[in-house]
Write a protein that binds this ligand. Sequence first.
Ligand code: C5P
Length: 395
Amino acid sequence: MNKIILGVTGSIAAYKSLALVRLLVKAGNEVKVIMTPAATAFVAPLSFSTLSKNDVIIELIDDTNWNNHVELGLWADAFVIAPATATTLSKLASGQSDNMIVATYLSAKCPVFFAPAMDLDMWKHPATQSNIKKLQSYGNHMIPVGHGELASGLVGEGRMAEPEDIVAFLNSHSKKKADLAGKKVLITAGPTREAIDPVRYISNHSTGRMGIELAEECVSRGASVDLILGPTVLKASHPAIRTTNVSSAQEMYEACREIFASSDIAIFAAAVADYTPENTSDIKIKKKAGDMDIALKRTPDIAAQMGDLKRKDQINVGFALETNNGEVNAKRKLDKKNFDLIVLNSLKDKGAGFKHNTNKVTIYQRGGTSQSYPLKSKRAVAADIMDTIVPLTTK
Ligand code: C5P
């Protein structure tokens, strides 16, 4: 990518687009910013013009000038609309060309990316979702929203993707990497739930984000992806990702057994519960005076069992989440579970592990090579992991 138009619309997330301009310019792109009048209430055009080193266009016609949206649309290699509000999505989907962003969008011949930003309920509304589907059916690319605290105070989906994730998304497109074309990838992600009775369960803090980002990265690089996902509020957004939702370790194991033999690459990113209650009660267990013991039995070690079944032409990848002795434990698991490589993340590292959108990993390969990476967004970590796996598939 070289010449980028950034469309900024009226959302509080517009402040993040300043960082986005900075990242894009730093990476050597020329950026021209178009704002809707509503966006100027959130961030001053001067901030964008200073960072992009180009004038900011706001109106279709200012004073005596008609801004040539046709020329601008033809100039760009990519058009990124971030943040894209519910109103803008609706206007783009219906072609309501009453501002410079929509007019340029209708004229653009380049790939178009939009990063939605809105409140949870607006995001979930069928009107918004149908506008997004319509835009995707026209060949535009949605940069997935994040999950977390929203400006309204609600918590859920609807946050605009972080600037570095937007850049990673654009990069994975611009490189037009198709280095996983024809490959079948199986990914486990999320926690498992081990039922004690119909009301209670044993689980862990995994959100599944790392595995979901891997699925998105693989599919964007041409792979056919099966995601076996434990219970989580997150979901994959790319329509080509086949998700099988499971709950317990046993269910995750059975889903993997079905698919493993036909996969070229299997990535075990799930935080599988190691123990499950020996007996699950059909009815809610009543509390009694005194303490209570629950007898636990081991769950199937999915990665280890798939490691036993692994053929020479298959690549298995594991994760190790450690609090101490990271390297020793990771290397032990690499051997024990017959992985080709293992990704170590330590809960000691700030911003790594559960509940973060970022991760800091070291990748250990069979044969002794290892590489440590700085703290990055989970999408960027997913790209690093796939960059390490791809050369192994051609051996
Ligand atoms: O032994 P530990 O649970 O730390 O190993 C972590 C690796 O093994 C991860 O890749 C995880 O997805 C996988 N695993 C599994 N099934 C289990 C336990 C772990 O697939 N029951």
